[in-house]
Write a protein that binds this ligand. Structure first.
Ligand code: GAL
Length: 442
């Protein structure tokens, strides 16, 4: 029999151990007790929701098979386009607690943010030893590089300017999409009038978090065209933020909002808005091609819908021949716990096998140029062709064209505009001011 004193100290020890364990137990994936702490590789992203998680899970599976000495801690934070994840990451970086790698958009989000702040390391050795640059599109490399040094590993190319639709809702309302898509927003509005008359929402929209800006960039590009869109982001801009082009884009945006669901702000994320199309409550939804994964993937993460019958797609109005792109990539942090584990993760993220597992489920195409098209859906095979044949422009919402601080100012102006869409002139003034505050506009 144990003495009272001994059993009390054992109990106290147990209590302390339980307290320590529960304080550490915030990771999304429990780490088996048999692995040492240095074997953990914490991967931070926002791929947790329906249609988002499948691709990441497939890449983690490959990692697990190749690197059994490591355990991935999946630190994904829910919220489309990183609405919540980016804030959590910023807090962690400020506290000197970086994950072992995190999701970062190619373009200004990576360069003007993480690279400029000195939060990530250059990957010259990795690129040199693997020859990774030789299988990447030449246009992508400058978007992840500073002073000739690459800073991240792109895993995919997503398209922002896709309009998903329910063919049954369209045919019931007598709407036919012209070959190649609606040539203009005006044509689209005429179709919306018919859909409205048939008692359906024309265009479903999600909450303000990012879906309103996602719609805004598509309306602006479809109104002013690829060159003028790109001209908004050059230094100095060659497209006047105070001019008639931007004014016309804002007017179209105000009009398109009149065709959206009134409960947009109450939806939890982009998926419920896309689901309105799947359920036949709305005719159209504008969302990046991660929505393809949501529509087509097997349950429980996907809706397991049949392309062309249950859902279909067309370029957003006015953007035929334009590919609005974004690219997800992963970084090597400064001061993380497991740099070797990070390199193992980046090796999988860069590999043909990793990208061929991840992208077909994610709705994106490989960042690599040598993936096997037969592993992809018909939608993605078309996207592969369009990526190399169409005019490519960068997404604002998903980190390509504007520094995060500038994007935040645009977001603030946009949210204010959504409270009163008659204030088009004020919105344009605020957009011009945002450009000035970035220093791009004089
Ligand atoms: C984008 C990201 C995509 C997808 C989407 C919706 O910013 O690049 O991979 O996750 O957000 O959450």
């Amino acid at each position: 029999m144990m003495s009272k004193k001994l059993s009390f100290s054992l109990f106290s020890l147990l209590l302390v151990a339980v307290m320590i364990l529960s304080a550490c137990g915030t990771a999304a994936t429990p780490v088996p007790a048999t692995k040492a702490a240095s074997s953990q590789v914490e991967i931070f992203s926002w791929w947790v929701g329906p249609g988002e998680a499948d691709g990441l899970a497939a890449m983690i599976k490959i990692f697990d098979a190749k690197y059994p000495q490591y355990t991935i801690v999946n630190a994904a934070v829910a919220g489309g386009a990183g609405t919540n994840a980016k804030a959590v990451l910023a807090t962690r970086l400020q506290a000197g607690d970086p994950p072992d790698s995190w999701q970062a958009h190619a373009g200004q989000e990576t360069i003007a943010n993480y690279v400029t702040a000195g939060q990530v390391k250059p990957l010259d050795d990795f690129y040199n030893s693997t020859g990774f640059a030789s299988v990447l599109p030449k246009t992508l490399i400058p978007l992840i590089s500073k002073d000739g040094h690459p800073y991240s590993v792109p895993v995919n190319i997503h398209r922002s300017n896709v309009m998903w639709y329910n063919p049954k809702v369209l045919s019931a309302a007598g709407v036919t999409i012209p070959t190649g898509g609606f040539a203009s927003w005006t044509d689209f509005f005429a179709a919306c009038d018919k859909i409205k008359a048939a008692g359906k929402t024309c265009l479903s929209l999600g909450p303000e978090g990012f879906t309103a800006m996602h719609l805004f960039e598509n309306v602006m590009i479809g109104t002013i065209g690829a060159d003028k869109w790109t001209g908004l982001w050059t230094t100095p801009p060659t497209t006047d933020w105070t001019g008639a082009d931007v004014q016309a884009g804002i007017a179209n945006y105000a009009q398109v909002l009149t065709y959206t669901n009134s409960d947009a702000s109450t939806l939890s994320d982009w998926q419920p808005a896309s689901k309105m199309v799947a359920d036949g409550d709305a005719a159209f939804n504008i969302m990046g091609d991660w929505a393809y994964g949501y529509f087509a993937n097997a349950a429980p993460n996907g809706l397991a819908l049949t392309p062309h019958t249950d859902f279909d797609w067309t370029p957003t109005p006015g953007t035929q021949g334009i590919f609005v792109f974004l690219s997800d990539s992963f970084v090597l942090p400064v001061g993380n716990k497991n740099p070797d584990g990070t390199m193992a993760w980046l090796t999988v993220a860069a590999s043909k096998e990793g990208q061929e597992a991840f992208n077909p489920l994610k709705g994106s195409i490989c960042a690599r140029t040598d993936c096997d098209p037969s592993k992809f859906s018909e939608y993605s095979q078309d996207a592969m062709k369009d990526w190399t044949s169409e005019t490519v422009v960068g997404s604002l919402t998903h980190g390509v064209v504007a520094a995060p601080a500038w994007q935040t100012k645009i977001d603030t102006a946009l949210k204010l505009f959504l409270t009163d869409t008659s204030k088009t002139a004020d919105f344009q003034t605020a957009l011009a001011a945002a450009c000035k505050s970035d220093g791009t506009c004089k």
